[in-house]
Design a protein around this ligand. Structure first.
Ligand code: SIN
Ligand code: FE2
Length: 205
């Protein structure tokens, strides 16, 4: 296992952890998932459509609408279960996430064009002792990470295809977001853009 860079306490980055074959295999799984559980632009609780397309792998998927942010056991459009979690993601979580308790949700974000994600905390999970693991595929993102208060200073870093990062411990509830994606920086994603996978344990362990 290659060494991580500790960017801020609790935020670790493994640049290029996934090789080209592993990246391509995950993109294929994402394209298959889109057939079963199509990417959707969920509405915020305020009623604004998100610029990032979303779907999920696993027993639970993160969704948003007028009713708020939550985990659901089926796709809101099809009412069918989410596609199963790829084994490669279960394996990665066992190494970098938690060796005993498997992840039960993987949010799949698709950034095309000007899609971005405002600063937010991941706080819809039952137990913040479990980390969030993030995998970047395709175009490079300009990612921003701060502290646990919205007013804390932030720093920005680039996340390239194959990079894996982890929010845990003091950074588990850190504000983070994606300022923009650098179009054309990778040719991995058919049609262009960036895919981000975030593995979570949504229910208590
Ligand atoms: C997220 O916070 O859900 C996504 C972060 C990213 O796309 O890198
Ligand atoms: Fe997040």
């Amino acid at each position: 296992m290659i060494q991580s860079l500790s960017v801020v306490p609790g935020f670790d980055l493994w640049p290029g952890l996934l090789d080209a074959d592993a990246q391509r295999a995950l993109v294929s799984r994402v394209l298959e998932a889109d057939e079963i559980a199509p990417f959707a632009h969920y509405g915020t609780p305020q009623g604004k459509a998100m610029s990032v397309g979303m779907t999920s792998f696993g027993p639970l998927g993160w969704i948003s609408d007028r009713g708020g942010y939550r985990y659901a056991d089926s796709h809101p459009g099809t009412a069918r279960p989410w596609p199963p979690m790829p084994q490669a993601l279960l394996d990665l979580w066992a190494t970098l996430g938690d060796p005993e308790t498997p992840p039960d949700a993987c949010l799949i974000n698709l950034y095309r064009g000007d899609a971005r994600m405002g600063l937010h905390q991941d706080r819809d999970e039952a137990d913040p002792r479990f980390p969030v693991l993030s995998i970047s595929l395709g175009d490079t993102a300009v990612f921003r990470i701060g502290g646990t208060s919205r007013k804390d200073p932030t720093r920005s870093l680039k996340l390239a295809s194959g990079d894996v990062c982890r929010l845990s411990g003091p950074a588990r509830l850190a504000f983070h977001g994606v300022d923009r994606v650098i179009a054309g920086s990778s040719s991995l994603v058919p049609g262009g853009g960036r895919i981000n996978l975030t593995l979570r344990r949504a229910r208590a362990g």
